[in-house]
Design a protein around this ligand. Structure first.
Ligand code: EAX
Length: 322
């Protein structure tokens, strides 16, 4: 067979091969490149591409490029965005079954939080997502939240009284923070840096990884290690994406989500270990020894309502996990 004929025959065979359809998913989050969310989002996308041999890829949109967390969750629910890595802050407005995880002082430490969310209680809550038009792939992590402000050092709950503090759009947080005497101002994350810079609010509360990644040391003087609430995060996708997947690809999604959570948690551990010294270097005055009991005592009145809203037994079941 002449070379020309051979080349033509080969080209004809290649043209007949089915072109691998490639799907590219949009995955958004609100934090800076290199943050604990961004590390986890990129690991998810890398593992997804590897696990599907490139058939399914995802593109990360960091730094609120797709809007605030509530906006992005709405877009995933509508199907105009494929995935979001978000704190639970606004999620309770879409999936009320998970609101209990935002109760102040519910989790003792990182081990307790991670064990609860990775265990039957946390996994059971993920099962509530589909009836609300969302698919909760995995519990990721934001971290224990601490207070920053520009007025004064906060050692006890009474020091926080009267401060106008930005909070997430989360009623469970706001109810708890009111018991400290704080004036809670709910606000989407993309607006926070500007509001602090202009003095629209006196302060805010967030985990060390967020305070670091968002460069809040540029607009906040005081940091108090209140650790008043653990802030979970969630990797969420749309049923429009998930329901089309084969069982094999659903397993790839699950494995990629597990790798993503491990990477985010490792980054949180690193930021917790090194971040406070870094923030002091950047000029923040840090109150390390906070009177934690004064804050716990203050929330007792809110706990009466939390028990009514979520069930004292469900709160006790989480607190009993060792
Ligand atoms: O999810 O809104 C917040 O304070 C969140 O902690 C932040 O967006 C990371």
């Amino acid at each position: 067979m002449s070379f020309k004929l051979f080349a033509l025959a080969t080209a004809a065979c290649l043209a007949a091969l089915p072109v691998q359809a490639q799907t590219v998913l949009k995955l958004g989050h609100v934090l800076a490149k290199g943050s604990h969310y961004d590390v986890g989002a990129n690991v998810f996308c890398d593992e997804l591409q590897k696990g599907t041999q490139g058939r399914i890829r995802c593109q990360v949109f960091p730094a609120s490029a797709l809007g605030g967390e509530r906006e992005q969750i709405e877009a995933v629910q509508l199907g105009t965005q494929d995935m979001v890595l978000t704190s639970t802050g606004p999620v309770g407005n879409f999936v009320p079954e998970i609101r209990i995880v935002d109760v102040p002082f519910l989790f003792r430490d990182y081990d307790h939080a991670r064990k609860t969310l990775d265990g039957p209680i946390g996994q059971g809550m993920l099962a509530s997502f589909p009836k609300h038009g969302l698919v909760g792939l995995a519990w990721s992590e934001n971290g224990f939240r601490h207070m920053t402000n520009n007025k004064r050092p906060i050692v006890s709950a009474t020091d926080a009284a009267g401060l106008k503090m930005r909070t997430m759009e989360n009623k469970v947080h706001m109810e708890g923070y009111r018991t400290f005497g704080i004036l809670p101002t709910p606000m989407a994350f993309p607006e926070v840096f500007g509001a602090l810079q202009q003095g629209v609010v006196d302060g805010q509360e967030n985990p060390i990884p967020v305070i670091l990644a968002s460069k809040f040391s540029q607009v906040q003087k005081h940091l108090s290690l209140t650790g008043h609430v653990y802030s979970p995060a969630l990797l969420i996708t749309s049923p429009r994406v998930y329901d089309k997947l084969s069982e094999a690809d659903k397993k790839v999604f699950a494995d990629a989500a597990r790798a993503s959570v491990a990477a985010t948690r490792k980054k949180v551990n690193d930021d917790e270990a090194n971040g406070i010294a870094q923030l002091e270097k950047e000029g923040m005055q840090v109150v390390r020894q906070v009177n934690g009991n004064s804050f716990r005592e203050a929330t007792r009145s809110a706990y009466a309502n939390y028990a009514k809203d979520f069930g004292a037994d469900r709160i006790a079941a989480i607190q009993a996990i060792k």
